[in-house]
Design a binder for this molecule. Structure first.
Ligand code: ZN
Ligand code: ZN
Ligand code: FE
Length: 799
């Protein structure tokens, strides 16, 4: 790259244009270039273009070389450079009219196609944190303080290039002091687009539940008092509203749960620092680092027994979601005297709907839930929830990818046509792609209600605008009735339909840049299979354009269809029926479920009436949770499986992995008992696993031990089978994906066992293992099928 420009005789200045692509706007890149230019005595200019940052530079060859090299090696911490391209320019104005050694920052040009990326929102930096707590500073206690190293980005951007007039900060004219900072290349706030101060920036206001504004000079004091009193307060944040209550008040949480109609789903908390988090949860070094990262996500931590938050914060679950304050507003609130030090901070929405963003929407929709509102007058342009992560085997796994991570893209090796991948029906994200970038959207949610579907459409329009991307092809799930599939078909573009679990596998492949075939273990909830049954416990031999099903969990019936996913007792009965030919009497189910219901389901199972077949791993977990008496009815997705894992965690000892490896290495591996080859397709016999569970229940073994042993045997049989498949196929790359991989016992156990068998394991780290990654998998499969003209999943068709 460096030798692509014209060489002149030694000592004579060279003139070049440098194009830097990637996340290079809104991250302090231009002042960085400015400082670099003065260090290497470069003459020229820098500006934000639509393709990236453009630098015009003139200097003798050696200095120019060093300058270009340093752009990559010393880039600002939040910048993500994807390429630095250099080409000779002989006609560069006005830079060449500058006096020798003069370097300027030019105002932005626009037009053409956008190729730069908008940075994600970044948590408050240490310098800004100092200012808001210093009584002598002009930003003392100012909740909208930010600089080039921190603050809102994606949530305030209306259009590109990223400049103040194209953000929701445009209505605030900077005061003299702020403008001086903004214009001074040596200042930390040079071209910080959301720059503001108490003089000229946004302000807070405190309102009753009815919306009446209360006079208060410093509303955060009133919020702190309300929270201490047990009130529910709606707080306008960065990407939407939160609902906050005192996390140590069982009564306040109970009111919140009742009003929000969210009986059991775990609630996340916010605490001032990791020291506070450590008083009620265990914290590893990796977890501490993640909590303090620029993204500041919610991190799931193992809770210490009965310490800190009230028990109804996460009923039946051993973990608790914790985050640190990421805006100055949060910092100041927690620092307010009397404010509860552990706050429930959960999405401000009506159950099932997207998070509220505008003041009007919140006042309208949340008035019956909250006791007061903390509003402000900076508009949220893009709705973005908090991200949720978990550390498993010292690596991060993402459960929900939103604030802090979006809209950063994923870079792949080959080019994709401009496309939209419409995503899954639940836990939806969609993705746009072009060239070598795939840009997944923020978490949208379950597209089963109108408000969330509107959010879906609004986000597609927004991301298309921000990236100036018009799709030429569309990709969706094989299931034609999912709302995203219906949307995709209506686009009138060449349409590619991708099998759900193939998409799960491909998302991990995309993340790790794998283009060769892999063996993919996809343990999941549900997805339509090629044979019209419901898949969800699959081993696929997968490439980026096709796949072959090698193995699956043997079928169970779903009595009543979809409803079986929220009523684990139905799966419990289905499991008993599949294993014993009748619904054998087990106290855990039969004592808790109405006998008439049992009779009805039994007769449905006998006749196979309205009871489709599934190989779903999620439903197998539901069945075992039911048999063990963990849960018969759920109020949120994944509840039974999460509680089963929490139960198993109680029996886990430090030697668990060793025990697992011993079993799988032994001569009489019980896993052989669970494997069966039927017409070249392997089945893992779920009935064997279920009989094992039932025998242990009848022998009065501890439910926690049985829950753990069930995990052990499932892992063990998977690994046993994978070893055989690796030998017959010669493929040693194993991809682990699907919603069940959020289970840390499964992921840990599979990773350790497979690694011990010298197989190479790939898991999702920067994308969710759940359906949030489906859109990325669809994008890469659909895009490659389009480019290669090769599709074994469906014929491409015009929708
Ligand atoms: Zn800052
Ligand atoms: Zn100001
Ligand atoms: Fe899935």
């Amino acid at each position: 790259m460096l030798n692509s420009y014209i060489k002149t005789s030694s000592g004579e200045p060279l003139r070049v244009e440098i194009l830097v692509r990637g996340t290079v706007q809104g991250v302090g890149f231009r002042p960085f270039i400015y400082r670099l230019a003065s260090r290497f005595r470069i003459t020229g200019s820098v500006l934000n273009g639509d393709q990236g940052v453009i630098i015009h530079a003139q200097a003798p060859e050696d200095r120019l070389d060093s300058f270009i090299r340093t752009i990559k090696s010393e880039a600002p911490p939040l910048a993500r450079i994807t390429s630095v391209e250099t080409r000779p320019r002989s006609n560069l104005k006005p830079a060449w009219n500058l006096p020798e050694g003069r370097f300027i920052i030019q105002t932005t040009t626009s037009g053409g196609q956008a190729r730069t990326t908008i940075p994600p929102d970044i948590s408050l930096c240490a310098d800004c944190a100092k200012e808001i707590t210093n009584p002598a500073d002009r930003r003392y206690r100012y909740p909208f303080t930010n600089c080039t190293n921190c603050g809102p980005r994606y949530t305030i951007v209306e259009n590109i290039p990223y400049d103040r007039p194209k953000t929701s900060m445009k209505k605030f004219a900077m005061c003299k002091a702020c403008r001086a900072e903004y214009q001074n290349p040596q200042n930390r706030r040079f071209h910080a687009q959301p720059n503001a101060c108490p003089e000229c920036g946004p302000h807070l206001s405190f309102h009753t539940a009815g919306g009446v504004q209360l006079p208060e000079k410093y509303p955060l004091a009133q919020v702190a008092a309300a929270l201490a009193h047990g009130d529910i307060v709606a707080i306008k944040g960065l990407g939407g509203f939160h609902l906050a209550v005192d996390a140590c008040s069982e009564k306040a949480i109970k009111r919140l749960r009742a009003r929000k109609r969210r009986p059991d789903k775990p609630l996340a908390v916010m605490v001032a620092d990791t020291a506070t988090a450590a008083t009620f949860s265990y914290l590893s070094a990796a977890e501490t680092k993640l909590l303090n990262s620029p993204e500041h996500p919610i991190v799931l931590l193992q809770q210490k027994e009965r310490l800190g938050p009230a028990p109804n914060i996460a009923p039946g679950i051993g973990e608790i979601g914790v985050m640190l304050p990421y805006t100055p507003l949060h910092h100041l609130l927690l620092a307010e005297p009397g404010c509860p030090q552990i706050l429930v901070v959960t999405s401000g929405n009506i159950s099932g709907e997207p998070i509220c963003t505008s003041n009007e929407e919140a006042l309208d929709k949340l008035q019956d839930i909250v006791d007061a509102f903390l509003l402000h007058n900076r508009d949220i342009v893009t709705r973005v929830d908090d991200s949720v992560l978990r550390v498993i085997t010292n690596k991060q796994t993402i459960l929900r990818r939103s604030r802090g991570y979006v809209p950063a893209g994923i870079e792949i090796q080959q080019n994709l046509p401009p496309l939209i991948a419409c995503g899954a029906g639940l836990k939806n994200t969609f993705a746009l792609a072009r060239d070598t970038s795939i840009i997944p959207s923020q978490h949208i949610g379950d597209l089963d209600n109108a408000a969330t579907y509107d959010f879906y459409l609004e986000s597609i329009a927004n991301l298309k605008k921000v990236y100036q991307l018009e799709p030429e092809i569309a990709v969706c799930d094989l299931h034609p009735d999912y709302p995203p599939s219906v949307y995709a078909a209506e686009l009138n573009l060449p349409l590619y339909r991708v099998q759900h679990h193939h998409a799960h596998a491909a998302a991990v492949m995309a993340e790790h840049g794998i283009e060769e075939e892999v063996l993919a273990v996809v343990l999941d909830g549900t997805g339509l299979g090629m044979d019209n049954t419901i898949w969800g416990g699959e081993i696929l031999k997968a490439s980026l354009t096709g796949f072959e099903r090698m193995a699956h969990l043997s079928h169970l019936r779903l009595p009543g269809g979809d409803i079986a996913a929220i009523q684990p007792w139905r799966m419990g009965l289905a499991a008993l029926f599949a294993s014993y030919g009748s619904c054998k009497k087990l106290p855990a189910i039969h004592h808790r479920i109405d006998q008439n219901a049992v009779t009805t389901i039994t007769s449905m199972l006998e006749k196979g009436f309205n009871s489709p077949l599934t190989s779903s791993c999620g439903r197998l977990f539901d069945a075992v949770a039911s048999l063990l008496g963990v849960r018969q009815h759920t109020s949120y997705e994944g509840q039974a499986a999460m509680e089963l894992e929490s139960l198993a965690q109680k029996a886990k000892t430090s030697s668990w992995i060793d025990d697992l490896l011993n079993i799988s290495g032994s001569k009489n591996n019980p896993a052989d008992f669970y494997l069966e080859e039927i017409n070249g397709l392997w089945e893992i016999q779920t009935t064997g696993l279920i009989k094992m569970v039932v025998q242990r229940i009848e022998a009065n073994q501890s439910p926690a031990q049985t829950a753990l042993y069930f995990h052990t045997m499932l892992i063990n049989s998977m690994v046993q089978l994978l070893q055989q498949l690796a030998e017959t196929t010669g493929i040693r790359r194993i991809v682990l994906s699907g919603g069940c991989m959020q289970n840390s016992l499964l992921l840990e156990g599979l990773t350790a066992s497979l690694t011990e068998k010298k197989l190479q394991v790939f898991t999702s780290n920067s994308l969710p293992a759940n359906d949030g990654a489906i859109s990325v998998g669809q994008a890469i499969i659909g895009g490659f099928q389009h480019v290669s003209g090769n599709s074994n999943e469906s014929d491409s068709s015009s929708g």
